[in-house]
Ligand binder design. Structure first.
Ligand code: GRG
Length: 306
């Protein structure tokens, strides 16, 4: 019989292989979907590819594939929507790094889009990625017309406003100049970070034709995962190096931004992460499907180093 540390090692290795395989699938499909660098206007297409193929974790599309597969769908029918999620995510990073927002020079270990190209090109690259995401879903012939509409609606709500990422970003910017309560902070992160993560899990389950109670449970699991992702992001901003992070650490503290560690202290933020991880795992126990990999994703987020 394996000890618990041997078990978690097996799980970690299994997950690493699974992650690598799914990353390769996603990257191949993104390469097929995105306009080539020699297609006019070349500056925008070069900028898109610069940011998309900069070595992101592909966490959202992998979560989407893993959820869809847990509910019985094959990777093939999930792949286009998974890529659409990564396009929306990359657009949000490009725009978040702009001087008018977070003003960052480093992302995914290389100069940000507006530094490598220019501001106008970076804005257009983000805009184009966002529209291409919706176009990709609308044109996916492997999915029924009804499913495409459901997915477009899900992603629109999650990425936009008032209930999605744009609303979270706006509230985050507005809160920079004043004190924030822990309840407010959690509300911002529910929109800015968790909304797209919830949509990733739900889109996988929608394609796999999960029941309404299953969809609801998957949404609750992903909401905890989104919160966990943000708490670990805040902790890494303090504890990680520029090499492992691929972006400038310590920015939150310098901007005097409200974060989990700044509101609660590092130790309490770590305890909060443990608790949120347990809550995510508890939701999975209510789902009568093979959720081992979804559990492993929660473990991975809790322990991530980048
Ligand atoms: C511009 C509408 C708009 C929204 C921006 C992405 C975002 C919203 C803000 C970035 C600020 C931030 C650090 C958010 C925390 C969560 C997050 C999105 C982290 C980056 O995602 P990762 O770690 O990045 O998945 P990779 O590069 O691995 O894809």
């Amino acid at each position: 019989m394996k000890t618990s540390s041997e078990l978690s090692l097996t799980l970690a290795f299994d997950l690493e292989g699974f992650f690598n395989e799914r990353q390769a699938l996603i990257d191949g499909e993104l390469d097929r979907l995105l306009p080539g660098e020699s297609v006019e206007p070349v500056s925008v297409h070069k900028a898109i590819r610069w940011s998309v193929f900069a070595g992101g974790k592909r966490f959202r599309p992998i979560l989407m594939l893993t959820t869809g597969e847990a509910f019985g769908a094959s990777p093939g029918v999930l792949l286009a929507t998974a890529c659409a999620l990564e396009m929306i995510h990359t657009y949000s990073l490009i725009h978040d790094d702009l001087p008018s927002m977070d003003d960052d020079e480093l992302r995914r270990g290389r100069p940000t889009c507006h530094i490598r190209f220019d501001e106008a090109t970076a804005i257009l690259a983000g805009d184009a990625l966002q529209t291409l995401a919706f176009q990709t879903i609308a044109e996916e012939s492997l999915l029924s017309a009804e499913k495409r509409v459901l997915l477009v609606s899900e992603l629109g709500h999650a990425a936009g406003t008032p209930g999605g990422m744009v609303a979270g970003q706006a509230r985050d910017l507005e809160a920079e100049s004043r004190a924030v309560t822990s309840r407010e902070l959690e509300g911002i992160h529910r929109l800015k970070t968790a909304a797209l993560i919830i949509a990733a899990a739900r889109c996988g389950a929608i394609i796999a034709e999960a029941t309404d109670p299953e969809l609801e449970a998957v949404g609750r699991y992903a909401a905890q995962l989104g919160l966990l992702f943000q708490i670990t992001d805040d902790l890494l901003d303090i504890t990680a190096t520029v090499e492992t992070l691929g972006k400038t650490p310590g920015k939150d503290a310098r901007a005097q931004k409200a974060t989990y560690p700044s509101l609660y202290g590092i130790e309490t933020a770590r305890q909060r992460a443990d608790l949120v991880h347990q809550e995510a795992c508890a939701v999975l126990k209510q789902i009568d499907r093979p959720t081992k990999r979804l559990r492993a994703i929660a473990d991975f987020i809790l322990r991530r180093k980048a």
